[in-house]
Ligand binder design. Sequence first.
Ligand code: SF4
Length: 255
Amino acid sequence: MEYRFSVSDVVSAFHCPLQFYFRKKGIKAYFRYGNVHIGSFVHNVLSVFAKEIEKPTLFNEKREGYIERKLYQAFLSVSISKHYNVDFEEGWRYLKSIGAYFENLAYKKSIPEIKEMFLLSEESFLIRLAGAYISGRFDLLLDIGNDIRIIDYKTRGKEIDIDAVQIAIYRYAVEKIYKKKASPYVLYIGDGEISEEYFSDEEYTELMKQINKEIRDMKDFLEGNKIPLPTPERSLCRYCSIQYHCEELIKKFFT
Ligand code: SF4
């Protein structure tokens, strides 16, 4: 049988096979953290910004403030086009930090035209991995000379450690699709301050072995060949959307 999983399914199974199992039984089970509303607002503004960034503009003194101006236009257009239940001041603070990050990166890497740097934004992908189809969506891919930088934004601090699996799959997907080396970065922008996390080649190789194994296990859970156990990291349960119903669901599905 052909299986198709989302990247979120793999993240779920990797950290709690039981949560993954419930998801596949139609229960809304996932890890939730950070401010989801502001996260979606910031993602939408950045998507508009990346798609509308203007045609060739030389990256010199005249361009000073260019990214911030374009970001602000995107911010205004998204703010008035949809109803968001967010603190716009906070949203703009996040966006300004990201703009400064792009600006700094372009200087550091001597990229002459900003537009050239933005490869893809909010783009879906579908790849084969461990005998299954895996679908996902990149936040942003930046073309930086010899490699592709994968940017994933998180409008929160790094309070829980579950981002590595997602970003490793993104790296695998980029290298498969573009046949180019990819460098995965997660940008944590909690409180308007950016902190960047990079995952090394060693971490990636090790993680991909475990992810391949997990995807095979996911098929076994669904086919009844293996029992999906609860997470061994019980501290994760407080971020789980079904934390108060877990026991009752275990009884329902397993007795
Ligand atoms: S409450 Fe904990 S054990 Fe239960 S599904 Fe959620 S993460 Fe897994």
